[in-house]
Design a protein around this ligand. Structure first.
Ligand SMILES: [Zn+2]
Length: 189
């Protein structure tokens, strides 16, 4: 039996997130590729096109029924979608009631963590990761607000410090500690 046929048998030929019977297809729950049935869910075209689309939030109210599925892959999908929608009170309420076994929760969070790490990484104009203590070169003239000087292109900034914001670093230019935009810097080899 093919994957899609096995999924249809498991799911009684209904979308596992909204129970629609329209245009069903197999979906591999990330990060798996070439997923087995345990890592796949059966989704309708509406759900497939609504993934990652928080503007489709109303559609995802269907999760209030399907999040109770016993299939870990479905639980992971529900958990991730509700987490994405957590600015909506109804989604938060559902998420509160969604209990996942430890290993399932770990799976659900696996993608979120890698995503977060990537977003939090401070990178220079070439995408090279920056770390506290690195030296960088300005790749354009920057007017330093409040300090009344322009940091010239080519200026070297030694011993930078990362900030909470991956788009900004701190460093000393002309003896003044200032905030610099990571995208206007080049890491020195
Ligand atoms: Zn659906």
């Amino acid at each position: 039996m093919s994957l899609i046929e096995s999924l249809k048998t498991r799911a009684d030929s209904q979308c596992e997130l909204c129970q629609s019977k329209d245009l069903l297809d197999a979906y591999s729950v990330p990060p798996s590729e070439n997923a087995t049935i345990d890592q796949s869910v059966l989704l309708c075209s509406m759900c497939l096109s609504s993934l990652n689309a928080t503007e489709a939030s109303e559609h995802w109210r269907c999760l209030s029924d399907t999040m109770w599925s016993t299939e870990p892959a479905v639980q992971v999908m529900a958990w991730r979608l509700l987490t994405q929608l957590n600015e909506h009170a109804w989604a938060n309420g559902l998420l509160d009631g969604l209990y996942l076994e430890d290993d399932v929760l770990q799976w659900a969070q696996s993608i979120e963590n890698s995503h977060d790490d990537d977003q939090l990484m401070t990178r220079d104009s070439n995408g090279a990761p920056l770390a506290t203590g690195d030296s960088v070169t300005l790749i354009k003239d920057l007017v330093v607000k409040g300090a009344n000087f322009t940091a010239k292109r080519g200026t070297s900034v030694k011993n930078i410090r990362l900030t909470d914001n991956p788009l900004h670093i701190e460093g000393k230019v002309n003896g003044t500690q200032i905030v610099l935009v990571s995208a206007f810097l080049k890491k020195q080899a």
